[in-house]
Design a protein. Structure first.
Ligand SMILES: Nc1nc2c(ncn2[C@@H]2O[C@H](COP(=O)(O)OP(=O)(O)OP(=O)(O)O)[C@@H](O)[C@H]2O)c(=O)[nH]1
Ligand SMILES: [Mg+2]
Length: 597
């Protein structure tokens, strides 16, 4: 049933692996994909991953820095896998504790882990238990308990079960029961009050109690004892008081009693906590050297989550990140003199830096040079919702490219918004005035390719690329119209533009001001590109331009949301409205702004 099971250290040493009978394909690819796309990208909140036809589940052992991965065909529903992976982890840890405790890669490499027998045994047990739990056929009505009941048994008889109930429950000295008992006393008192009022109304003469059970409400003459109906017979004998005492903690009246009460409650706290409360607990929390549990981390994670949201990280992403950090830390032994809060904070900080680090090389200048050597222009398309700064940042990037010695053709493919073409023409003029043609062999370094409004944007982009090839421009920057992610016709048009022209880079332009909306925008842009792609491997967003970074102070969360969703790097950061206001992202600076209280 299982395709493979592998146990490896976080450092990358495979300690043990199993390959299912008849499975010929190597599992290196899926495991590498899991490491690259989930474990290294802090998407560990959910411990499963699908890769082509395989479903992978994994478990981290943070104490011994191990990863347990199981793979099986995704069409199979293996209900036992979660428990099985836990069992294997526990067995492996217990069996090879000594080897695993030795520090150092070489020692680990030299150790042998003959785990086959135990693994097969565990697998057999897991498969059998899942068979045993296979769906039970539905019972017929005749077999059900309901069919055994007679109508008579369903009719409630007054007081029928009372005695049984009282007798059965009396031994339990719980608070709930005490409350019930008190309620019963009150109800009885109220009942007898009504009863006596009725009696008084019926006969004005004072009544003599005929039987012991009959209760009389006589305000004038009866003592307090008469009011106590808590004993079984209803006689105010004072036994009821004892019963109540047994069910509720007595209220301490003297200071001695108070002291005893305090002691008792202290011992109760110790018992409940299962360890040392008070000062010892506080010291233990401070000094550490215990393994972290989810419960220990929960309050800190909750605070961290709120903190991230306050810094403009999308709520979903903040939760996923905190879950991933929790998974990474669960079971980890804390260092001496570290608190839970500092451990969690450090782990979160590392995760954030990891997310912002580019996963692949993004070097536009080098790529342009490579395209130059192939005698073709390097094409970049800018897309995003309305007014985020696509055209302005396109102009800034033109300036940066010109400064680096390249010639640029701007394709005016926003044929929709009034003034879009004129806006680009103004930028072209200004850029040419900053870099006059005289300095560049008499040829303008920036040109605008435009066909006015209302035309097909994909067609204009294609013509512009052909023109750039003929005129030996180094780079083509394609400006597109802003569109909301829910506008299906416009999203289809963008997907077509990208599918037809196959640009070298698709940059998504997004405002740093955006909060939860970032997730929706990126997911839907990527979805539209995937849906309308003509190839098996669709062209999705390759990178992000994060604009208006100068307007957000330290609420830099959008950077995290955007990179987390796409897994793509932030290629440029727009920090103002002049041509110089273009930066690359400094991951550490962003993370320190994020973590700042
Ligand atoms: N403060 C600041 N403002 C910016 C930045 N980038 C763009 N802007 C401003 O944002 C506004 C919109 O910029 P555009 O470039 O026209 O935006 P667009 O995405 O092309 O808009 P549409 O084409 O209508 O979708 C302009 O006023 C820009 O000056 C930035 O990094 N910082
Ligand atoms: Mg524009």
């Amino acid at each position: 049933m299982l395709d493979f099971f592998t146990i490896f250290s976080k450092g990358g040493i495979v300690l043990w692996c199993f390959q299912g009978a008849g499975v010929t394909e190597s599992f290196t690819g899926p495991v590498n994909a899991l490491i690259r796309s989930v474990i290294l990208q802090e998407r560990g909140g959910n411990n499963s991953f699908t890769h082509e036809a395989l479903s992978l589940k994994y478990k981290l052992d943070n104490e011994f820095e191990l990863i347990f991965v199981v793979g099986f065909q995704k069409i199979l529903t293996l209900t036992y896998v979660d428990k099985f992976i836990d069992d294997v982890q526990l067995h492996f840890r217990d069996r090879y504790k000594n080897e695993l405790e030795q520090k150092g890669t070489l020692k680990l490499l030299n150790s042998t882990f003959a785990f086959e027998d135990a693994f097969s045994e565990l697998l057999k047990l897991a498969e059998e238990s899942s068979k045993a739990r296979s769906p039970v056929p539905m019972r017929s009505f005749k077999e059900s308990e309901k069919s055994q009941k007679t109508v008579k048994s369903m009719i409630e008889t007054k007081g029928g079960d009372k005695g049984k109930e009282q007798g059965g429950k009396k031994s339990k000295n719980t608070k709930k029961e005490g409350e019930c008992c008190l309620l019963r006393v009150v109800v009885r008192m109220f009942g007898s009050l009504l009863h006596s009022v009725a009696n008084v109304l019926k006969s004005p003469k004072p009544q003599k109690p005929k039987e012991k059970q009959k209760r009389v409400w006589d305000n004038a003459g009866s003592s307090d004892k008469n009011l106590d109906y808590s004993d079984k017979n209803g006689a105010g004998s004072g036994d009821g008081e004892k019963n109540l005492e047994a069910q509720f903690d007595p209220v301490c009246s003297t200071s001695k009693e108070l002291a005893v009460g305090a002691e008792a409650s202290a011992s109760l706290t110790m018992k409940r906590g299962g360890g040392f409360g008070g000062m010892f607990g506080m010291l233990k929390g401070l000094v550490g050297s215990k393994s972290l549990s989810r419960d220990d981390m929960e309050p800190v994670l909750e605070k961290m989550r709120d903190h991230l949201i306050a810094k403009n990280v999308a709520a979903d992403i903040a939760s996923q990140l905190c879950d991933s950090v929790a998974k990474k830390l669960e079971g980890k032994v804390m260092g001496t003199f570290t608190t839970v809060a500092s451990t969690v904070k450090q782990a979160l900080q590392d995760s954030l830096v990891q997310i912002l680090q580019p996963k692949r090389r993004v070097d536009i200048l080098r790529d342009v040079m490579e395209a130059q050597s192939q005698r073709r222009p390097f094409v970049i398309t800018f897309c995003g919702v309305n007014g985020v700064g696509k055209s302005t940042n396109l102009a800034k990037i033109s300036y940066w490219l010109i400064e680096n010695g390249f010639s640029v053709l701007i394709a005016a493919c926003d044929t929709f918004r009034a003034g879009a073409v004129e806006q680009l023409r103004t930028h072209q003029r200004r850029l040419n005035s900053l870099h006059p043609p005289e300095k560049h062999g008499g040829r303008p370094v920036v040109q605008l390719y435009e066909k006015g409004y209302g035309k097909d944007a994909a067609g204009i982009a294609m013509e512009a690329i052909a023109y750039a090839r003929n005129q030996a421009f180094d780079v083509v920057l394609v400006d597109t119209a802003g569109r909301m992610q829910d506008n299906a016709p416009l999203m289809t048009a963008l997907a077509k533009l990208i599918a037809v022209n196959m640009p070298d880079l698709v940059l998504f332009v997004g405002e740093a001001l955006v909060g939860n909306e970032a997730v929706d925008q990126l997911v839907k842009f990527n979805q539209a590109l995937a849906d309308h792609s003509m190839s098996d491997k669709p062209r999705l967003i390759d990178g992000i331009v994060l604009t208006k970074f100068d307007t957000i102070d330290d609420k830099v969360g959008a950077a995290i949301s955007m990179t987390y969703i796409t897994g793509q790097p932030i290629v440029f950061v727009g920090t103002g409205q002049t041509y110089n206001d273009l930066r690359s992202l400094n991951a550490r600076a962003v993370v320190s702004a994020l973590m700042k209280a």
